[in-house]
Ligand binder design. Structure first.
Ligand code: NAP
Length: 440
């Protein structure tokens, strides 16, 4: 056991390991957690009680999580000293223990980090950001079609304009790059006083993401995978992203998939009539246009990013798995979250080859910190994802059902309360109590 400086390894727990390419989960796993800043403190306190209660409910005393606190953000500074926002042993603990969960973190101003979250994702190569967007019954929504929404977004997590390669307007670096681009590549359209950002996107980053998304679609028997991109404008980055994703789908998952174009052709070849006239069982996945029957295969299709924002509002049921570059993924997941109840319910995970770091997707909402009012469902539902990832799916089901039941009883925190009629407003801790009470 590597000795840590400040991290205390709990007695009685065991490490999650990788055996023959698969996670091996002991009955008493040690799971590191980062409490998080601001409302992180409120939501962690509530969530950990709910997690322990769900594990106890499902397995009696046969399985138990041993939580191990690791540090980042303000608590890291308080624990390790000034300027230490992200101690090296935090990365090391996650590398060693493989599955971890975290609350939101303040982005330090002038701390040498663009963002602590982005740093965690990049250093640990957590290349897939996975965000389910699912509507729970009774949750108020501004959208008339919210109940049709059940999408899971796979957002590339390490490249794109998030890579941190940016140069300020008039800096030496920006000026040199502009000169090079003008003189060597004839890019005369760039203004001399422009700031410059670089958007790297690679087949390596893209394909590893697409494999995660395809595996998910296959395992969960989902109807479609949509590639969301802006390749009509950014041909060698987002356009290439789309092409690389299609390559993975048809070269590595051939028996599971049919592309939308193939489906169209099949519909014509089949009976010789135009596809538009053929009544297809899969019509709803083609924007209402009839097409062929995919015979249980996953339809792989692509959509331009901007159109996706109206598509998810007008025809959410046509989208199941969505695969997209980093920035698009950031935008579409918040837009999706808004449709299904807001950030208080938005869960997420950052996943690499084996490491899974589960997190509430919202920020630290400082004005609500330590007030015991905020909605902890985001972290609780991220916990559900974590238990699913560990293969403890019964715990995930118990958690999700109890949250659903509590919301259906209209016992909710302030954020949902202000949008619901005749609801009971609960504090964060009372909401956790209600969820525990509703565990069956
Ligand atoms: P935010 O913390 O997400 O809060 C924005 C608003 O979203 C809140 O005022 C609240 O809206 C609502 N909200 C967020 N979490 C909620 C919850 N659990 N329950 C109910 N409502 C919730 O965004 P921000 O104010 O822009 O960012 C604050 C800090 O967080 C910044 O330092 C930022 O860098 C950081 N941040 C961290 C992460 C992360 O660690 N993953 C992500 C994003 C931002 P109402 O006031 O309308 O109720």
């Amino acid at each position: 056991m590597a000795g840590f400086d400040k991290i205390v390894v709990p007695d009685g727990g065991a490490k999650i390991t990788v055996d023959e390419g698969k996670l091996n989960i002991p009955a008493n796993p040690i799971i590191p957690f980062i409490e998080g800043d601001g409302i992180g403190r409120d939501i962690w306190k509530a969530s950990v009680r709910v997690f322990d209660a769900a594990v106890e409910k499902v397995y009696g005393g046969d399985r138990k999580v041993h939580w191990m606190e690791i540090y980042a953000g303000e608590k890291a500074v308080a624990t390790y000293g000034d300027g230490v926002w992200m101690p090296e042993e935090t990365f090391e603990a996650i590398r060693q223990y493989l599955v971890a969960i975290k609350g939101p973190l303040t982005t330090p101003i002038g701390g040498g980090f663009r963002s602590l979250n982005v740093t965690l994702r990049q250093v640990l190569n957590l290349y897939a950001c996975v965000r389910p967007v699912k509507h729970y019954e009774s949750v108020p929504s501004p959208s008339r079609r919210a109940d049709e929404m059940n999408m899971i977004i796979f957002r590339e997590n390490t490249e794109d304009v998030y890579s941190g390669v940016e140069f300020r307007s008039m800096s030496v670096e920006a000026k040199r790059l502009i000169k090079l681009l003008k003189e060597e590549y004839g890019m005369t359209q760039i203004r001399d006083d422009a700031g410059i950002g670089i958007k790297p996107m690679s087949p390596t980053g893209t394909k590893q993401l697409m494999r995660k998304a395809m595996n998910w679609a296959v395992e969960h028997k989902l109807p479609s995978v949509t590639l969301m991109h802006k390749g009509n404008i950014m041909k060698f980055t987002e356009g290439a992203f789309k092409d690389w994703c299609y390559e993975v789908a048809v070269e590595e998952y051939r028996s599971h998939v049919i592309t939308e174009a193939e489906l169209w052709d099949e519909a014509m070849a089949d009976d010789g009539v135009t596809p538009i006239e053929k009544p297809g069982a899969y019509a709803d996945l083609r924007g209402g246009k009839p097409a062929g029957d995919p015979n249980g295969r996953i339809v792989v299709k692509d959509r331009i990013a901007d159109s996706m924002f109206q598509q998810i509002q007008t025809r959410p049921s046509e989208y199941s798995v969505v695969v997209t570059p980093n920035l698009n993924g950031d935008y579409i997941s918040d837009a999706g979250a808004a449709m299904v109840g807001g950030l208080g319910l938005a869960s997420g995970a950052n996943i690499g080859d084996f490491i899974g770091l589960f997190e509430a997707t919202h920020g630290t909402a400082p004005k609500y910190a330590d007030k015991n009012v905020i909605n902890p469902s985001s972290l609780m539902l991220s916990g559900k994802m974590m238990f699913d990832y560990m293969g403890w799916t019964e715990v995930g089901v118990t958690l999700e059902n109890a949250i659903q039941e509590t919301i259906s009883q209209k016992r909710v925190t302030y954020d949902l309360h202000r949008q619901m009629e005749n609801a009971t407003k609960l504090s964060t801790s009372a909401y956790a109590d209600a969820i525990i009470e509703n565990m069956k």
